[in-house]
Design a binder for this molecule. Structure first.
Ligand code: HEM
Length: 189
């Protein structure tokens, strides 16, 4: 089943990204620092949403409009006193069909799974505002994930199509990690 394959095949990419995000979370000392981190999430997620939108139709995923999206990030950033001007540069995987679009959406929807851990980490550092994005669907999280996974599993008709979804999901993790990597470059000159 695609849901099993994709989880296993993206394990390493998830770990790499998780490591980067945890590092950034640990460095947060103020609402402003947190808003700065959310700007990376916003830049990437809003870019990705734009490229998958033509393929995630109401027939494919009927509850897409009810799902958490980058507008939650915008609200959180603004609640923290930040804004979405001059966002970091982002690049996204190539999305040309519904299978690739769902592979990318797997990464965005799956990020809700780690959300509650992130909210707890932030609370330990005294950050309690602007957490709507990471709070995900609250108690409905399991059910929303179940619905998404059944759509994902129904879309790939054969191994070749599964491989396409897996490839895009890995690319989606890696492109996000690259957005953060840019901030780690030493400033020259
Ligand atoms: C501090 C950062 C993060 C932590 C601690 C974290 C932790 C977790 C945990 C505990 C799970 C659930 C594993 C399970 O129940 O089997 C999970 C699943 C997942 N996370 Fe993360 N995560 C983090 C960041 C992210 C980010 C930034 C993304 C993507 C943008 C992401 C994408 C996913 C996906 C796609 C899954 C679903 C795996 C599956 O069941 O198929 N995570 N994460």
């Amino acid at each position: 089943m695609l849901s099993t394959t994709i989880k296993e095949a993206t394990k390493e990419a998830h770990q790499q990204l998780e490591k980067k995000v945890v590092q950034k979370l640990k460095a947060i000392r103020s609402n402003q620092d947190y808003a700065d981190l959310l700007r990376y999430f916003y830049a990437y997620f809003s870019h990705l949403e734009k490229v998958i939108a033509p393929f995630i139709t109401i027939d494919i995923l009927p509850d897409y409009a009810q799902r958490r999206n980058s507008s939650f990030l915008k609200s959180d950033i603004e609640a923290l006193g930040g804004d979405i001007n001059n966002l970091p540069e982002t690049s996204v995987p190539e999305i040309n069909n519904v299978i690739q679009a769902l592979g990318a959406l797997y990464v965005m929807e799956g990020s809700i799974m780690g959300g509650s851990i992130i909210v707890q980490m932030l609370a330990k550092g005294g950050i309690t505002e602007g957490v709507s994005f990471f709070s995900g669907y609250g108690p409905a999280t399991g059910q929303m994930w179940g619905t998404f996974i059944s759509v994902l599993n129904a879309i790939a008709a054969n191994d070749e199509e599964e491989a396409i979804a897996v490839h895009t999901a890995n690319d989606t993790f890696n492109h996000f990690a690259a957005v953060f990597a840019e901030t780690e470059q030493p400033i020259n000159g």
